[in-house]
Write a protein that binds this ligand. Structure first.
Ligand code: MG
Length: 396
């Protein structure tokens, strides 16, 4: 079997969802997905197509590693090039599974479990009182989820995902020196107390049977993070995510040394290599690589295997469509140290409409693994194209 073409399309979802369609001379077509690569990843994939045509789609690891090494001076360690390769890699797994008539998890060594625990990203906004938070949390729990995540840092709200009212509250937080400005990462007393109060309200609204994680999106400095983790100790959080910028592993280890709340990082690290220092220095309690940008299913599984050596749970970041989510679920099934997988589409109703199966793959907070060959979920292009990303082409 030989690859005959590699084409992309993009839709609006959680940012840009980039689809990679790989066709073969056997008529088998694979679909891959990647996120956070943007228009750069589209251009990279277009340039890589000539190098992929005529190649064996079964030699997944060798092919991706060959392309990565060829481009080591062009970003072959992190960023859009790796994300572009990720989209191609996932499409190749889909081809291999379809060709052999087995689901991807069988190609990864078989499954440890039949269903994948999922948490729902829960969008509470700054300024909500307890009743409002309880309404938001209970609406998520009513869908059957038993784990949720909230955004804790004020910077997450200023990034523009929230309602007009909440946006005004965010502006007020900046004006009233909750934080000094958008670049300074020191949480002033009001901001520190706002974050604690939010955790207190959410955990009370959720109750003791629901796991609650909180995300800081890399937006604190060391002293602010240490003060926060100490004061969060009474709350039984599932984890505190990315308290610091991702570059300095020693600084993260310092924060972790003060924390009884598990520290979780990884969505801004690329490839297995970036996780080595994290594990060697015991700087994280839980890792959350994004398999739709960090290198793909092979690297995701390698990161999970490295984590296992240090008894560290694996809880992938995930903002992707049902296809990327199911692709990630195959890896989660194939490793012993899987904890939980993210789902970030609570407020976007068209999630299930862009797949041909037309059914929600998440039921009562779990994904039931599919036994269909390949990834096992097919893109409904007619519907997906209704959400086409402006300025992009559609598989041509
Ligand atoms: Mg995060």
């Amino acid at each position: 079997m030989k690859i005959t073409s590699v084409k992309t399309a993009a839709t609006i979802g959680h940012g840009m969802h980039l689809w990679v369609k790989v066709t073969t001379d056997a008529g088998i077509v694979g679909i891959g997905e990647c996120v956070h690569g943007g228009h750069q990843a589209i251009a990279i994939i277009r340039n890589l197509e000539t190098k992929l045509i005529g190649r064996d789609p079964f030699a997944i690891d060798a092919l991706i590693e060959e392309l990565r090494r060829e481009h080591v001076f062009d970003g072959g360690s992190a960023g859009a090039l790796i994300t572009a390769l990720t989209g191609i890699e996932i499409a190749l797994w889909d081809i291999k599974g379809k060709s052999l008539g087995v689901p991807v998890y069988e190609l990864l060594g078989g499954k440890f479990r039949d269903r994948i625990w999922v948490y729902c990203d829960c969008q509470v906004d700054p300024g909500m009182d307890f009743d409002e938070i309880e309404r938001v949390v209970h609406a998520v729990l009513a869908k059957g989820f038993t784990a949720i995540k909230i955004d804790l840092d004020i910077g997450a709200y200023s990034a523009g995902r929230i309602s007009g009212n909440a946006s005004a509250i965010t502006d007020r937080c900046f004006e009233q020196t909750f934080v000094k400005d958008k670049f300074n990462y020191t949480a002033m007393q009001r901001e520190h107390e706002r974050m604690l109060q939010l955790v207190d309200m959410v955990t009370r609204a959720a109750g003791k049977d629901v796991a609650v994680a909180a995300d800081l999106h890399t937006r604190l400095d060391v002293p602010s993070a240490i003060r926060l983790v100490r004061d969060l100790a009474p709350y039984h959080l599932l984890w505190l995510e990315e308290p610091l910028p991702p570059e300095n592993i020693d600084a993260l280890r310092e924060v972790k040394s003060h924390s009884t709340v598990p520290i979780c990082v990884g969505e801004n690290l690329y490839l297995r290599f970036a996780f080595r220092e994290l594990f060697e220095k015991r700087a994280a309690d839980i890792v959350m690589p994004d398999l739709l940008k960090c290198g793909g299913l092979s690297d995701g599984r390698k990161i999970a295997n490295l984590a296992e050596l240090y008894y560290v749970p694996f809880a992938p970041h995930n903002v992707s469509s049902p296809i990327g989510t199911m692709a990630t679920a195959h890896v989660c099934a194939s490793i012993p140290n899987f904890l939980i997988l993210e789902w970030h589409w609570n407020e976007r109703p068209y999630w299930t409409t862009i797949i041909k199966q037309k059914q929600d793959i998440i039921k009562n907070g779990y994904i039931k693994l599919t036994d269909r060959p390949g990834i096992g979920v097919d893109l409904d292009e007619e519907v997906a194209r209704q959400h086409q990303y402006p300025g992009t082409t559609w598989f041509d």
